[in-house]
Design a protein around this ligand. Structure first.
Ligand code: IMP
Ligand code: MG
Length: 191
């Protein structure tokens, strides 16, 4: 399928730049209050959370540090298989630290539940989960998401960091990709 340009490939805009902005400011204030007196570590899950991470951190008034982790979940580009592998690990120790893991979207919940388990095993004092988007209908494991900007329906979204086959991350808003882009993939998976 030929791409006609990013904006034309979308079925609709789901969350505008303005709405993202307001939600990020609100969440930044909330986390600043909740972590008053602490020195938390913010972990960005590469690459999808990059835009959200950098915008959110600029709204937080705390002596925080940052670290980065890259995860690969096996499966097709629109569905997770549940198998998670660390491609790039943290640079710093989390022992005794208050950690906030920042993700772009929680879908099945498998990625974050795995990361939360690993960081707990490494002796983090606390691990909380922060996400831009939450698709609660798709959950396959029980998972407490501590901070979510938006709950969204079960649709495949792109933009503001989220990709389809590594593209569309640079859209400044979140939109629903036209299903014509992955219909072939869905058909291929139907038994
Ligand atoms: P989970 O382990 O199923 O919760 O998967 C989370 C990961 O799947 C996210 O970090 C995204 O990379 C990817 N993902 C899930 N839903 C979407 C979507 O609608 N658009 C883009 N990526 C998605
Ligand atoms: Mg992705």
């Amino acid at each position: 399928m030929d791409r006609q340009g990013m904006h034309q490939d979308l079925e609709k805009v789901l969350i505008s730049q303005e709405e993202i902005n307001q939600a990020v400011v609100r969440m930044g204030r909330q986390i600043t209050r909740d972590y008053a007196g602490k020195r938390p570590v913010f972990v960005c899950i590469l690459k999808g959370a990059v835009m959200f991470f950098t915008d959110l951190l600029r709204q937080i008034d705390l002596p925080l540090t940052t670290d980065f982790m890259a995860i690969s979940s096996y499966g097709s580009s629109t569905k997770t298989s549940g198998v998670v592998r660390i491609l790039k690990d943290l640079d710093h120790d989390v022992l005794g630290k208050d950690v906030l893991v920042v993700e772009d979207i929680v879908d099945s919940g498998l990625t974050l539940s795995y990361i939360k388990k690993v960081l707990g095993e490494r002796g983090a004092r606390s691990v909380r989960l922060v996400t831009l988007l939450d698709k609660p209908q798709r959950r396959r494991v029980e998972l407490k998401v501590d901070y979510a900007c938006f709950e969204i329906p079960n649709e495949f979204v792109v933009g503001y960091g989220l990709d389809y086959q590594e593209e569309y991350r640079n859209l400044p808003y979140v939109g629903v990709l036209h299903p014509r882009f992955y219909e072939d993939e869905e058909a291929a998976e139907t038994p």
